[in-house]
Ligand binder design. Sequence first.
Ligand code: 13P
Ligand code: SF4
Length: 301
Amino acid sequence: MDIKEEINQLKKEKDAVILAHYYVRPEVQEIADYTGDSFYLSRTAEKLTCRVIVFAGVFFMGESAKILNPEKVVLMPEVSADCAMAHMADPETIQKMRDTYDDLAVVCYINSTAELKRHSDVCVTSANAVQIVRELPNRHIFFIPDRNLARFVARQVPEKHFVFNDGFCPVHESMKVREIERARRQHPEALTLVHPECPAAICDMADYVGSTSGIIRYAQDSPSREFIVCTESGVRWELERKNPGKTFYFPDTEPVCEDMKTITLEKIRDVLRTGNNEIHVEESSASQAAKPLERMMDLAA
Ligand code: 13P
Ligand code: SF4
């Protein structure tokens, strides 16, 4: 039996479903039952009726799935796969902002620890942040942890006053204007598609800025045949699968989230076999962190 057959058999035996983010390795996306961006995966985790979820993604994703689904077993193929940005804010600063602005909403990107979520008013992902912030009654918004997504949202919701935090995604932050300019010179017909975790200078070059699934949708709907894609390069697999005949270019310094790439078929098989790497979130912390996540689910269209 090859490893894919083994995984499929174990999935049936254990009543398990595999969720995978677009940034994981192609062979992991291929074996997954559901592949998507952060919002799609959170929503899917809530709808599933299986006993076990294997989350092929980084820690905050599995942790959020567990918080929203405390009755399910959530297994991480690689428990050390983490998102650096998830830690780039702190409860003390949140409290300081609450003391400063009496109508403050603390808006927390889902790429964050449970500890940050539990001090926040609402969670968002890159797919729903603009819509949710626009609908909040509060005028002052403290957006954590990502300064780049915050700036992208702030530009589209000018009626709100934003307080910025200094977090960022190291993968998107390190994209270089000169590399995008070079790609545009080489491929003058190509449209530039950018994830809002990128810095302002990259977003300003874009024909479209949006979440990973937004980028995929845009490429599918567009009559263009060529695209320069400024996000993590794992998305190439889904872009090419959904768009035969279209060509996708990435910056010369390939944007790779090493943590996402630590998830392998072998590790998925092993956690299915052993039940190791189960996520546990302490009950009181989980129930507090569930509130902003559930509010996101209610507010997101
Ligand atoms: P989305 O899945 O919301 O596009 O976010 C990208 C990301 O960096 C996930 O870690
Ligand atoms: Fe975190 Fe960036 Fe990796 Fe996404 S790509 S998991 S934001 S480090």
